[in-house]
Design a protein around this ligand. Structure first.
Ligand code: NZQ
Ligand code: ZN
Length: 391
């Protein structure tokens, strides 16, 4: 199966990248902008005021919609669609991270659709159009600034967290200034580090033919992010480390890490995690640092060679495949712990009693209508075992 690589987002990267915002907005013919933001970080850092002053200077009218929460909610998306329609918005600026970008992408779909925007997340319909979205990135993590994906939590009906993938939603531009991430709290920095590593790992675990260039790029990315992820905990204003992480967040999830491989990768860990963040509102990166080791421990014996290859490329491990495979998993666990990420659900105060487990599995399997994983296929009972290992 050929894998396509399509990255239409114009990236403006480096210190003071915001100086290009005016030009980018002109290129998009933006005349009325919805300025979408999260909680308080963009206001506190002064970035919100900066963007507003650029809009004013450019004579571009705007309307603001703040309040995106981590694990962005459908109810705010609906509010944004109603506001955008009322105000005649023709472009959206997502000022923030994955949550703000994903919420903006969903509003973008909704502004060009007469039906219910959740149709795109429930799989009932495929998006065919969107109002353009441009990004001013403030956290390196989800990679949404260059991805074809948006993930929304349905807070109105069952707290299902579901993704929608379509080229239609890809950001028109992404302004990436690593200095904007200096203010990130250590916990958010580490959540980002894990998510970036996982976007590459999900693709590394594809099911068939792959090329060594992509494997080597994957290893280089993971190694760099591990080193830089530690550096920013010691010095949050380490520009080089912040810049490496920021660019890694984009190329980890823009398709580069799957070119030459037989398919787009496994993605079970992400699905298993999304159900956790939907139900318990945990940070996505923290959920992943718990799920990956549990998933890997459950399946590695069936795929010792691939795990050992990863261990060799990333950690220089050598020897018997099964032994190296297990050591590789332990090394990732050690690393996640060393950047203060949880590796067990108990560290996030989550206990899965029988009733909660069954509810979680009903959601994860879409009421027993789907299995997961292309590298290793998981049925409901497998998913249960992985959650049990994760406890
Ligand atoms: O809300 P504010 O006050 O802005 O605070 C945010 C938020 O609390 C804070 N923050 C962001 N930039 C900051 C900052 N704090 C201080 N200084 C700054 N410069 O960080 C917190 C987390 O922000 P969020 O946007 O939620 O983080 P992230 O980028 O990790 O996004 C997570 C969401 O993206 C989804 C996840 O599931 C989750 O819902 N994902 C989206 C993907 C995609 N669209 O391609 C792929 C990923 O796999 C992921 O699923
Ligand atoms: Zn992710």
């Amino acid at each position: 199966m050929p894998v396509s690589y399509y990255t239409p987002t114009r990236v403006v990267f480096g210190k003071d990248a915001i100086s290009e915002l005016k030009t980018e907005l002109k290129l998009q013919n933006a005349t009325k902008v919805l300025l979408h933001t999260g909680g308080s970080s963009a206001k506190k850092s002064g970035l919100l005021d900066k963007v507003i002053s650029i809009l004013d200077e450019s004579n571009i009218a705007h309307v603001e919609l703040p309040g995106v929460k981590a694990n962005p909610r459908l109810s705010l998306v609906r509010e944004g669609i109603a506001l955008g329609k009322k105000e005649g918005v023709n472009f959206i600026i997502a000022l923030g991270g994955g949550s703000v970008i994903d919420s903006s992408k969903a509003i973008g779909y909704g502004l060009k659709y007469d039906g219910d925007v959740w149709d795109f997340y429930s799989g009932k319909a495929k998006p065919v159009a969107s109002v353009g979205v441009g990004v001013v990135l403030t956290i390196s993590a989800a990679g949404s600034e260059m991805s074809d994906s948006s993930v929304i939590t349905n807070d109105e009906d069952g707290w299902l967290k579901r993704g929608c993938n379509s080229d239609v939603c890809r950001a028109k531009f992404a302004i990436m200034d690593p200095t904007y991430t200096f203010t990130l709290p250590p916990y958010q920095s580490s959540c980002g580090t894990v998510d970036i590593i996982m976007h590459t790992l999900e693709r590394f675990f594809h099911s068939g033919y792959g090329i060594s260039l992509t494997d080597n790029l994957a290893a280089a990315l993971i190694k760099t992010v591990m080193v830089s992820g530690k550096k920013v905990l010691e010095n949050p204003e380490d520009y080089e480390a912040r810049a490496s992480i920021m660019w890694a967040s984009s190329i980890s999830h823009n398709g580069l890490m799957q070119v030459g491989n037989e398919n787009r990768g496994d993605w079970s860990c992400h699905q298993i995690e999304h159900e956790l963040s939907g139900m318990f509102d945990v940070a996505h990166g923290a959920g992943l640092s718990v799920v990956f080791p549990a998933w890997a421990r459950y399946i590695y014996k069936a795929h010792a060679e691939r795990f050992a290859k990863l261990g060799n490329l990333v950690f220089g491990l050598e020897g018997d495949n099964e032994k190296v495979a297990l050591e590789t998993i332990e090394k990732f666990e050690e690393f996640f712990s060393s950047i203060n990420m949880p590796v067990h659900l108990s560290e996030m105060n989550i206990t899965l009693d029988e009733k909660t487990m069954e509810k979680l599995l009903d959601k994860l399997t879409n009421n027993n209508t789907r299995t997961l994983g292309i590298f290793h296929n998981l049925k409901r009972e497998d998913m249960k075992k992985i959650y049990e290992i994760a406890q």
